[in-house]
Ligand binder design. Structure first.
Ligand SMILES: *Cc1c(COP(=O)(O)O)cnc(C)c1O
Length: 354
């Protein structure tokens, strides 16, 4: 059942739109004029408000800061040539939002409230959506615990917020990637499948070390043996091996990506064989050696389709084909863009029109 959400709107008296440089967007640095805030207390969500983007106050004792009761989502909105605005598959993010909430013992948010909150905010700041190719409005919903209490127990109050900001392409060149065989992102029984803040804090040192070794990204491997592929940075990873689209199956160590699902759905609709299963480093390396690995890319909302240029395993480097010559990922990119920017029929019903 859908209740219409009552959102109190306070508009900014000074829009920053005119002073914003849209030609030089750095991911996550530019914020639109407004943000959404809502509170959870006494067992219900209330006080949905859109206010000018800015600082907020809370107790320094909140468990989000001390024990990591915090998680987020990432979604994008696009402007079509006719001025229409669409958000890409927000229902999927709404469902995942609640999976994260459940795992972190936090309050769930009814899916229609999640989607309506985003739609209202995007609608108000629609002039912030860039129209250039590869550009979009990044939407960052998140939730955190707000009880002023240092005991290690679930908070009884939470804040739900949404920020938005214009973004350009995340990666602009093929990535030099290594298989990470020392550090672990997620273990069985853990919360790798949740978009929990702590998962990203823990990944920063491995990233920093990989960057110091000259890599753009790393591919996480299983916690037990470091022999199986899990994800690439904060994106899912997909390969075309011998004409089959192959990707690690989702489990509790893997984030169930919306982009991943989108690519799998497209591939199946084109009659391409698809396998979701355990993927070993060995078979990927073998494919890189004998030429049966014809495509490799990260798939995520922020990164979109990020081609892997080369793979490094234990110091051995394997250079892959020029991404521009890769049939599958090029077709996926083009089809995705055509759908998201409203250039073709949205056969799958993925665009939520604002
Ligand atoms: C967000 C994220 C993804 C990609 O998910 P999308 O829904 O496609 O954006 C994949 N892996 C991790 C670890 C992530 O945080």
């Amino acid at each position: 059942m859908t209740d219409t959400l009552d959102i109190k709107i306070t508009k900014t008296t000074h829009s920053r739109l005119q002073e914003t440089d849209f030609t030089n967007l750095v991911f996550g640095r530019t914020f639109s004029d407004h943000m959404l805030v809502a509170d959870y207390a006494d067992g219900e969500w209330k006080n949905f408000e859109i206010v000018p983007y800015g600082e907020i106050a809370f107790s320094p004792a909140i468990s989000a800061l001390h024990y990591g009761q915090a998680f987020f989502e990432g979604i994008k909105a696009y402007k079509h040539a006719d001025g229409q605005v669409s958000v890409f598959r927000p229902d999927k993010n709404a469902a995942r939002f609640n999976k994260s909430a459940e795992r972190l013992c936090m309050a769930e948010l009814p899916e229609d409230l999640f989607v309506q909150s985003i739609a209202a905010l995007v609608d108000l700041d629609r002039d912030w959506i860039p129209t250039e190719a590869g550009h979009s409005l990044y939407i960052r919903p998140f939730m955190f615990a707000t009880d002023p209490y240092l005991g290690v127990s679930p908070s009884t109050t939470y804040k739900f917020m949404v920020l938005t900001g214009p973004v350009g392409p995340y990666f602009t060149k093929p990535l030099r990637v290594k298989f990470e065989t020392h550090y672990t992102r997620a273990a069985e029984g853990g919360f790798g499948y949740a978009k929990a803040a702590g998962n990203y804090g823990g990944s920063m040192l491995p990233f920093k070390k990989a960057a110091e070794e000259g890599f753009d990204q790393l591919i996480w491997t299983d916690a037990k043996e470091h022999l199986y592929v899990e994800e690439m940075g904060a994106a899912n990873v997909m390969f075309v091996l011998d004409g089959t689209l192959v990707t690690p199956s989702t489990r509790d160590t893997i984030l169930d990506g919306v982009t991943r699902d989108t690519v799998l759905t497209l591939a199946k609709s084109w009659g391409m064989p698809v396998e979701e299963r355990r993927v070993s480093i060995a078979e990927v390396v073998e494919g890189a050696k004998n030429g049966t690995l014809t495509d490799a890319f990260g798939a995520g909302t922020a990164a979109t389709i990020a081609p892997v240029g080369s793979l490094n395993y234990n110091g051995e480097e394997y250079t892959l084909s020029d991404p521009l010559t890769r049939e599958f990922s090029q077709k996926v990119l083009k089809t995705l863009d055509d759908i998201r920017y409203g250039k073709t029929t949205d056969t799958f019903g993925w665009n939520y029109i604002v």
